[in-house]
Design a protein around this ligand. Structure first.
Ligand code: COA
Ligand code: AMP
Length: 623
């Protein structure tokens, strides 16, 4: 199948297209229908177990001796390899451990863990017994963890004694205890994995030692679930302080991921596929854990950074060591490597002959970085676009369908199954080459979200602005040849080092400080991280020491949201630019910090406010 044929078939006969794709999986009951239009559900009458397809099936088909999971942790100095047979043993025992802790089908399990193999076993073990996992990124602070626990109400939380960041060990237990202390919902059980770097004290009558419980557990088999049953909940930033709990179904997701491994990434059973992300993000769910294992690939779990653990050559050495065929990372990682190794000296020291393509996503891939790495690697570097809500790539150059044209600045063309439209705010389709709201026609293909946990109203909002379309929240442009260019968000979400964060949420934290009268947080362009938060604060007239307040505000964002959200700077200003109706003109602030042309709208209440802020920033820059 080539790209054009796939696009046309998916458009003409989506039912046939996706039923055919579903045949690559083992179903307990193969679906008679692909799509239920009334409820917008994929494979409504199918039943399946994703863990069976990602693990057991490969052993049954004779791939038991193949490497399934390679753990590389340059930050701890450890490495380990698990064959599919070993993975099966570990996952079945972990499922037994969960069952022993009272976890049943449909129960939620929060996984707040670093990048260790046990976290992957735990995700698969949940899938095995039909429990719904919700992985919380280790870089989130206790209040963020608490919000997620309260929303999804887990019976059990899985954690570890610590995470490892360069130069420091992050004790998870105090963070978890603090989160549970803040929660209305109290999980019955915490299962804690002790790591060598730091041991945690267990809380009596609640905490269980992972190793002991795992060793004592009997292996448990896969339970078929309805295709439409939730596999996981993954929280992502919305425009408010409350995260959105994206619910992922089982059969549609499995089908979409399996299809994408072959047709987007061009890999198949036996290939080594590495997504250098974190299991706390959607990339980790789809392309560290489920996608590569569904495809029978070897996946790599990397606990480290692209630079500094120990150097900017780590990606290339691991590609060489494990014969990686496809690498997926965020543009930030490449910018960090370029900064540390501008001439690519480390690349030259490794044998990268196994590598066929590098995929980038999570944030805008600036053409300069993309061209630098493409020249250095001398192989396709493919930008592609998707979101937590979507679950798998929606815009890409489909390498596995033989596509090769790459236009720097564009994330590629629509992936078969997705139909894009760009419309202005008045719901009019814009001409090719014109920027507008990037929308996806309904129904969304398999794999994309069908619900937000406990929040049908908020889910409906994503489809409310433009009839029959999902609003991505990105501004985009489709050129005359169908290449889609992502121009940035249309809302208050920013992307810091590929991490999706809400400036609205940061404003809530900053505004809570007693010295702050009002504030605005915007995303400023950042040469390394793509974007970073910058806060504009109007202090109380008799306010305290600005340096101290600044430090307290930064500390407060770190402790309330997490260190990944640290603002780059805090500006104290006399007033914020507003419209006459009182709306803060954040885009003017963004233009000032980014040194862009300032277009003052007619509706501004007091133009002198923006002039004063511009002068203040210019003065500091001149200093
Ligand atoms: N647990 C606890 N803290 C974490 C964490 C985690 N899992 N991940 C990050 N942090 C902390 C860091 O220690 C750092 O704290 P500090 O401000 O006290 O130093 C802060 O959060 C910011 O982290 P990070 O964004 O990783 O910045 P960095 O300066 O440590 O590293 C890069 C810079 C570019 C190397 C790093 O951002 C990176 O690897 N980016 C690629 C991101 C990526 O792959 N994203 C996945 C999306 S596909
Ligand atoms: P997340 O849900 O964390 O994956 O973040 C999704 C958002 O990241 C998108 O809505 C975009 O704003 C941004 N994003 C992801 N991939 C790209 C890309 N290839 N180019 C530009 N922006 C991207």
């Amino acid at each position: 199948m080539n790209y054009q044929a796939a696009i046309e078939q998916a458009r003409r006969d989506p039912e046939g297209f996706w039923l055919e794709a579903a045949r690559s999986l083992d179903w307990a009951a193969f679906p008679a229908r692909a799509h239920d239009r009334d409820d917008d559900l994929w494979f409504p009458d199918g039943s399946i177990n994703l863990c069976h397809n990602a693990v057991d099936r490969h052993v049954a088909e004779g791939r038991g001796h193949q490497q399934a999971l390679i753990y590389e942790s340059p930050i701890s100095g450890r490495a380990a390899t698990f064959t599919y047979r070993e993975l099966l043993t570990r996952v079945a025992k972990t499922a037994g451990m969960l069952a022993g802790a009272g976890v049943k089908r449909g129960d939620r399990v929060v996984i707040y863990m670093p990048m260790v193999p046990e976290a992957v076993f735990a995700m698969l073990a949940c899938a095995r017994i039909g429990a719904v996992h919700s992985v919380v990124f280790g870089g989130f602070a206790a209040p963020e963890l608490a919000k997620r626990i309260d929303d999804c109400q887990p019976v059990c939380v899985l954690t570890a004694s610590c995470g490892l960041e360069p130069g420091r060990t992050i004790a998870y237990k105090p963070l978890l205890d603090s989160a549970i202390g803040q929660c209305r919902h109290k999980p019955d059980t915490v299962i804690l994995l002790q790591r060598k770097e730091l041991r945690a004290e267990l809380t009596p009558n609640r905490d269980i030692d992972w190793q002991a419980a795992h060793d004592a557990a009997d292996p448990v088999d896969c339970v078929p679930v309805k295709s439409t049953d939730p596999l996981y909940i993954l929280y992502t930033s919305g425009t408010t302080g409350t995260p959105k709990g994206v619910v992922r179904d089982t059969g549609g997701y499995a089908t979409a991921l399996a299809w994408s491994m072959a047709h987007v990434y061009g890999v198949s059973a036996g290939d080594v596929y590495w997504a250098a992300s974190d299991i706390g993000w959607v990339v980790g769910h789809s392309y560290i854990v489920y996608g590569p294992l569904l495809a029978g690939c070897t996946t790599i779990l990397f606990e480290g950074k692209p630079v500094g653990t120990p150097d900017a050559g780590i990606f290339w050495r691991l590609i060489d060591r494990h014969r990686v065929k496809v690498l997926f990372t965020a543009p930030t990682a490449i910018r960090a490597i370029r900064r540390a190794d501008p001439d690519g000296a480390f690349v030259a020291k490794s044998d990268l002959s196994s590598l066929q393509a590098l995929f980038l996503a999570g944030e805008r891939a600036d053409p300069d970085t993309l061209n630098w790495i493409a020249d250095l690697l001398d192989r396709p570097v493919i930008d592609h676009w998707w979101q937590t809500e979507i679950g798998w790539p929606a815009i890409a150059t489909c390498h596995g369908l033989g596509e090769s044209e790459i236009r720097p600045g564009s994330a590629g063309r629509a992936v078969p199954g997705f139909r894009f439209s760009v419309q202005d705010d008045n719901h009019r389709k814009v001409a090719p080459g014109t920027v507008g709201n990037l929308l996806i026609e309904q129904p969304l293909p398999p794999g994309a979200f069908r619900a937000l946990w406990n929040n049908p109203e908020r889910f409906a909002e994503g489809f409310a602005d433009f009839p029959r379309h999902y609003t991505s929240g990105d501004a985009g442009m489709i050129d005359a040849d169908g290449f889609i260019h992502i121009m940035g968000r249309t809302d208050d979400i920013i992307n810091v080092a590929g991490h999706r964060l809400s400036t609205g949420q940061m404003e809530e934290v900053v505004a809570a400080h007693p010295e702050v009268v009002e504030c605005a947080v915007v995303g400023a362009a950042d040469a390394l991280k793509g974007e970073m938060a910058v806060a504009f604060v109007v202090p109380r007239r008799d306010g305290g020491n600005p340096d101290l307040v600044r430090k307290e505000l930064i500390a407060s964002v770190r402790e309330t949201i997490g260190p990944i959200a640290s603002p780059r700077s805090v500006w104290f200003v006399d007033g914020l630019p507003k419209t006459r109706s009182g709306k803060i003109l954040r885009n003017l602030l963004r233009s000032i910090v980014n040194g862009e042309e300032i277009v003052v709208p007619q509706t501004i209440e007091d133009p002198s406010v923006i002039e004063a802020i511009a002068a203040q920033l210019a003065e500091t820059a001149a200093d």
